[in-house]
Design a protein around this ligand. Sequence first.
Ligand SMILES: Cc1cc2nc3c(=O)[nH]c(=O)nc-3n(C[C@H](O)[C@H](O)[C@H](O)COP(=O)(O)OP(=O)(O)OC[C@H]3O[C@@H](n4cnc5c(N)ncnc54)[C@H](O)[C@@H]3O)c2cc1C
Length: 362
Amino acid sequence: MNKSISYWEREEWLQPADLIVVGGGIVGTSVALFYKEKHPEKDVIILERGVTPLGASTRNAGFSCIGSISEHLADIKLTSLETVKTRIHRRWSGLQLLKSTMGEEALEYQSTGGYELFFDEDLYDRSIGEIEFLNASLLDLLGEENVYEETDYEGVPAVFNRLDGAINSGKLMRILHQRVAGLGVRTLWNSEVDAFQSNRVELKNGMELQAEKIVLAVNGFVSKLCDLDVKPARGLVFITQPIPGLKWRGTFNFNEGYVYFRNVGDRLLLGGGRNVAKEEETTDQFGSNPKIREYLIRFANEQLKLPERWEIELEWSGIMGMTADKEPVITEVEPNVWAAAGLSGMGIAIGMQVAKEVVERL
Ligand SMILES: Cc1cc2nc3c(=O)[nH]c(=O)nc-3n(C[C@H](O)[C@H](O)[C@H](O)COP(=O)(O)OP(=O)(O)OC[C@H]3O[C@@H](n4cnc5c(N)ncnc54)[C@H](O)[C@@H]3O)c2cc1C
């Protein structure tokens, strides 16, 4: 069979574009959106390897959050107080950008607040001891009063964060793709990029496309395409069958945010636990780790005390991109080729803002 391209394909489909975005997750699709809004006359193509986005954006937990106290304390140790303050600000303003761009309805946004649960007395004492300081800092930083508050939930000592919420990640991404399509952006699905040079990308199927500018928005998969210090990190999530009388309603996290759960109607969505097998989870291969699965199931039974005979309805994994200091990387990797990666598990909060920064630099 002669598969060479047709005249019509060459003239109408495969003409050099102004911008090619590789990756149809929240960052890539938002880059296309903001770029097209700024330059309506430009021709923009998104190349996505999956038939749906296939990374983290449709595989996450859907928390819109600025972070828990124990997460901030761990991050201050890893970096500095100033870095953590800047990050909280970035997360908060990123969430405002997400809401104003999409509208709360498209996100199915729920302003639930979030509970950090403590099963460890020492971490609890240290976290409670920082509430006053963090609240004063957040008043300065965000203009928000009394963000964190000591409380309990189902008898478990907790800190409530009144700014946290939940969204429907699948709907966000579906509507975002509809929005860019409406602006004339062409998304070519099932199009995996194998290599790139300035102004040119090669697909795995042998095709080549040209563009004036290229953005690599492939987060946890970026090291396959170029040399950036972003490591893949796999995250496991499962959702239960409906649990009548489910007591855990809202968003919850535990142990520096490593374990997180929320209700989706009467179902419980539970994920994380990467801390149990960090080395093994430094991978860009989808899959399930029995050690983590067992840990999460034990957590659901012993700590959350779910009623007997609850069942997992669906389980999946997603791939994050982590940097050493959890700061995202936005950089020109070759003339006319930019990469945006290393969202470090915070992409709902910071994804659109990272995209906006990319478009400003293009
Ligand atoms: C289990 C889990 C839970 C999470 N929970 C939350 C949460 O509650 N709150 C929060 O803020 N963040 C959360 N995150 C993080 C958030 O989902 C990510 O930070 C965000 O989705 C990253 O968006 P992205 O567009 O940079 O990357 P991705 O969504 O991974 O998009 C990259 C896209 O590039 C495509 N791609 C890769 N390589 C190629 C190639 N060579 N050619 C073409 N296409 C390619 C992929 O298929 C993918 O669709 C979670 C992540 C995971 C995995």
